[in-house]
Structure formats: C-alpha cells, structure tokens
Design a protein around this ligand. Structure first.
Ligand code: SF4
Length: 386
C-alpha cells in the first residue's frame, strides 16, 4: 500500500515485457537511489545490503538496451533547483518583497499531489524543478536519443522506483510531448524483484556491473536523495560552493540527517546562516506549510518527502511493516555509497558538466526551463486519487 495513502498500485510489468520483446523499440531504464538499498531484501539479503552492481547486471540480462541511473538526474536536479534557490535567496537578500521564501523541494510526487489539493494558494512556493525521474525522461528522449540515433517514438524510457506515486507522475499531461510521456512508465522495486525471479535469476549470484554512460554517472550527492534530508544536503553541497566561491571541505552535513519527522538545521554559508527545515510524512509537512501560510516560518529552504524516511520507505519497496530499524539500515547503505564515491558534489559530475556544455547551456537556461521545469495546479476541487 502506498504510504501516501493516495494511490493504488498499477502494475506495468506486462507492458514492459511486451516492449522488451519488440525489436523496433530501444528500451532504456533508470533506477532510483533507494532501490539499490532495498532490492536485496526480496532475495533474502540483510536490510541495507547495497546491490547496485547486481541490479545493473539483472536489468541488462532482462533485455534493456541501456541501464542508466536516476542519480545522474538527481545531480541535474541539484543544478537546477540549487540555482533557483540561490536566485531567490539573492533577491530576498536584496530586499525584493515579491520573492517567495522558503523554497520547497519538488521531487516527491506524493507531496506535490498533496499540496496541489490542500495548499493550492501556495503553489508558487515549491521549486519549479522537475523530479529526477522527470528530468531523466526529456534528456533521454532528446540529448541521448540524438547520440544513439534513435527517434523519440522508438524510445521507451522505463524507471525503477521505490514509489507508487511515480507511476502517476509519469502520466501527468505536462510531462508528455504530443501525448508521448517523457517517462513511459514506472516499475516498483517489488515488481522488479518479481521480474528477476520470473526470469529465473538469483540476484545474489549475479556479477556486479557498471551503469552505461552518459546518463549513468552520478555523485554521492545524487545517491543520498533516497533518504530524508538527502535532497537538501545535496543542494547545500553545491549551493555553498556556488554562493561562497569556496571549496566545501566537509561535505557531510550531519545536522540534516536523522529520522525525526520534522528537523531544523542552520547551515553556515560563510557568514550567512541558511535555515533549513526537513519534514517526512504528510502530517509533518502540513505543520510546516501551515506555519508558512501563517507567516511564522523562518526557513529559507524546506525539503518535504511524503514517505517515512523518504524514498527508502516508499510504497513500492519491499514491505517493512513499520520497522524503523529497516529504514535506518537502508539509509545507512545510501550514506555508505555516498562516502565511497570519488565525486560527492553534483556540480562536479563530469557528465553533467558535459550535458550543459553540449546541450543545455547553463542551469535555468531557456532550454533547461523548457525541458526540466514544471508548474503546479490548483486541485482543491478535484477528488484526490485513491
Ligand atoms: Fe515516492 Fe519518495 Fe515521495 Fe515516497 S517520498 S511518495 S517514495 S517520491
């Protein structure tokens, strides 16, 4: 059951099997950060066992033409969202009364759906940056398709997500071009486990393989998106360096980590205190939003995730039955992967740098806005999806 309480699971497994069998289609896949920290549980492995390489190996054997990483798109999200944060912050510091702070993260469709229904008067506060899933799609169907020599209509983009709300996000009209979704559909972690089992593969014995490039390279910042506080920590790593022009020596922001439902921390941007709020679970999010509505919020930026623990506790993950020790082990796995990465700041990802040089120009450019940003709707008169 989706912990957002808003969605019922829709299975795209049969569609995927048909697409993989179609020789006219180029089927590429992206895998969200939280999946690698939980997929192993479906094969009897200890919670928090990282199976990144084995997962890539399984996906290749299932028949995907290329196996990419949503973490790459998470790095891209930081470039866009971090730039937006700094632009808004600078205007605020310059005394612009029209600028809206705090900026709210926008990568969780469960949360986006919630504020469109319950706080539509505040729909200009969240970042306009699309979620990593929805940034990956248009880059795959333009930049990558061009490099691969594949027409948009012949490319199928599939995502493996810890999340059921991502299925609905793929189908939102603003994420389609002439009716063709940027991300065709999303498969949950549990559905992927079933597919691997149906193919008679044992994940535990598969070799470790690397993602394909150019959309498979990511930094540690992209990895920690999967845990509550991770998006804002990743943003802080980049925003600090861009704002101060200095190198951030200690990239771990311990104050932003943890499992309390609402957390606050102040990050020092070289003398400028940035107040950050974090909420996971929609009840907690509601409290922070009501403070904003009442003019009581002191935050510059807030990260909100609908699920307990963030995406590691998503509704498409192996069931954890409310056992928070499992969520902590999954989160620890992501922080371990982050620590082991050679590059841990999104703006240093060489393939992201190349993407801007070759295609997008710069963060928040006209093309970036067209492909990578979105807008929100007042859905207060619509029935919330069940
Ligand atoms: Fe999906 Fe993650 Fe949001 Fe849960 S927190 S609804 S898994 S995006």
């Amino acid at each position: 059951v989706c912990p957002t309480g808003a969605l019922t699971e829709k299975d795209h497994t049969n569609q995927l099997i048909r697409d993989l069998a179609d020789p006219k289609k180029t089927v590429v896949v992206q895998t969200a950060p939280a999946v690698r920290a939980a997929l192993g549980e479906e094969f009897g492995m200890e919670a928090g066992t990282l199976v990144t390489g084995k997962m890539v190996s399984a996906l290749r054997r299932l028949g995907f033409n290329s196996v990419f990483d949503t973490d790459f798109a998470a790095d891209l999200t930081i470039m866009e969202e971090g730039t937006e944060l700094l632009e808004r912050l600078q205007k605020h510091l310059d005394g612009d009364k029209d600028v809206k702070l705090p900026i709210l993260t926008s990568c969780c469709p469960g949360w986006v759906n919630f504020f469109e229904h319950h706080f539509p008067d505040m729909k200009d506060i969240p970042s306009t940056a699309r979620s990593p899933q929805q940034m990956f799609g248009p880059i795959a169907k333009t930049y990558l398709a061009d490099k691969m020599g594949v027409k948009r209509e012949d490319m199928i983009v599939v995502s493996i997500m810890p999340c059921l709300a991502k299925k609905y996000e793929c189908q939102r009209d603003e994420f389609k071009v002439d009716g063709d979704p940027d991300v065709n559909y999303s498969i949950s972690t549990r559905e992927l486990a079933n597919l691997i089992k149906q193919a008679n593969m044992d994940l535990t014995t598969l070799p470790e393989e690397d993602f394909d490039n150019p959309l498979g390279e990511s930094t540690g910042a992209g990895v920690i998106f999967g845990a509550t506080g991770g998006v804002i920590e990743a943003a802080a790593r980049t925003a600090y360096e861009v704002y101060t022009g200095k190198t951030l020596e200690k990239v771990d922001f311990d104050a932003l980590r943890g499992m309390e439902g609402i957390r606050s921390a102040t990050v020092d941007f070289d003398g400028l205190p940035i107040n950050i709020g974090i909420a996971h679970g929609l009840g907690n999010a509601r409290k922070l939003l009501e403070d904003i509505r009442d003019g009581k919020s002191q935050y510059h930026a807030i990260e909100i995730m609908a699920c307990p623990g963030g995406c590691i506790g998503g509704g498409g993950q192996p069931l954890h039955h409310g056992d928070s020790s499992i969520l902590k082990k999954r989160a620890a796995a992501l922080y371990r992967e982050d620590e082991g990465k050679a590059i841990r700041k999104s703006h240093e990802n060489p393939y992201i740098i190349k993407l801007y040089e070759e295609f997008l120009g710069k963060p928040c450019s006209e093309l970036s806005h067209k492909l990578l940003h979105t807008h929100y709707f007042d859905k207060s008169n619509e029935i919330e999806i069940e």
